[in-house]
Design a protein around this ligand. Sequence first.
Ligand SMILES: Cc1cc2nc3c(=O)[nH]c(=O)nc-3n(C[C@H](O)[C@H](O)[C@H](O)COP(=O)(O)OP(=O)(O)OC[C@H]3O[C@@H](n4cnc5c(N)ncnc54)[C@H](O)[C@@H]3O)c2cc1C
Length: 268
Amino acid sequence: MPRHKSPTRRRMLRAAVSRTECTSPSFVTLTVQGPDLADFDPMGFDQACRLFFRRDGQRELAMPTASHNGWLAQFMLMRSATRPWVRLYTVRAFRPEECELDIEFVLHGDAGPASAFASRARPGDPVGLFPEGIGYVPTPTAQSQLLVADESAVPALLSILEQAPADLTGDAYLEVPTGDDIRPVPAPAGVTVHWLPRDDHSAIPGRLALQTLTSSWKLPPEQRIYCWVAGESGLATGLRRHLVKEQGVPKSDVSFLGYWKHGKSSPG
Ligand SMILES: Cc1cc2nc3c(=O)[nH]c(=O)nc-3n(C[C@H](O)[C@H](O)[C@H](O)COP(=O)(O)OP(=O)(O)OC[C@H]3O[C@@H](n4cnc5c(N)ncnc54)[C@H](O)[C@@H]3O)c2cc1C
C-alpha cells in the first residue's frame, strides 16, 4: 500500500544560494550550499524540503530550531517582523561531496513569494531547509507505472525517472507552460514520456494533463499499475477519482499529491 515515507533523522539546515541557472523559460534552478548540508540524509525520488527564505525588508533569516514537527509551533510563535516565508520544494539533486543541493522552481509571477524569490535570487542569499519525506512509494507487485505531473511536480517526476531502475516500464506525462520547456529526459527505455505543453497563459495548470489522461489512458488488462500523480490539487484529486472509479485501479495503488491549489497561497 503506497504511503508517505518520512525521514528518520533530520534537523534544520542553513545554507546559501551559490548559483542560479535558467533551466528553460518557465524554470529556474537554485543551487544552495553550506557545511550544514553534510547532515542531510537524502531519500531520493520525490523527496521534498521545507524551504525558508527572507521576507522583503528582513536582513537576517530567522529560523525555527526544532529537529521534529514541533518546528511549526515555533514558527507560528515567531514575531511577524522576523518570521520568514516557508514553502515546500523538491530536492532536485544532492551532491554530498560539495555539500550542495539543487531546487528547481517553476516561475509563476511575483504573486507567489517563493516564485518571486527564485526569480531574483543571488549568490549569498540565505536559505533554510528542513527535510521532509517521499510520496513515491510504488506498490512492490506493480508491473508498470503511470506517472503524471504538472510543472510544479516536473522536478519530482524527473528525479523519479533519473533514479528509476533500468527495467521500469510505463508512461510519464509532464504538463509544462510552453513547448520551450520540453527537455531531454533520461528515462528507462521502457517508459514512454509524453510532454503536454499548454501554450495558453490563461489555462489552469494541470487541467490539460487531467483531460488528456481521462480521455485517452486505459488500464491495460490484467496488469497491476502503480500511479503517482502530483501537481495542482484539481489534477491530483480529479485523476485519482477517475483512476479509481472509472478505471478500477485499487485506491492503494494511487499516490496522489496536491502540491498547490489554484487561487490559494500556501500557508506560511
Ligand atoms: C511536496 C511538494 C513538493 C513541491 N516541489 C516543487 C518544486 O520542486 N518546484 C516547484 O516549482 N514547486 C514545487 N511545489 C509547489 C510549491 O510548493 C507551490 O507552488 C507553492 O505554492 C509556491 O509558493 P509561492 O510562494 O510561489 O506561491 P503561493 O504564495 O503559495 O501562491 C500564490 C498564488 O500563486 C498560485 N500558485 C502557487 N503555485 C503555483 C504554480 N506552480 N503555478 C501557478 N500558480 C501557482 C496560488 O494558487 C496562489 O494564487 C511542491 C509542493 C509540494 C507540496
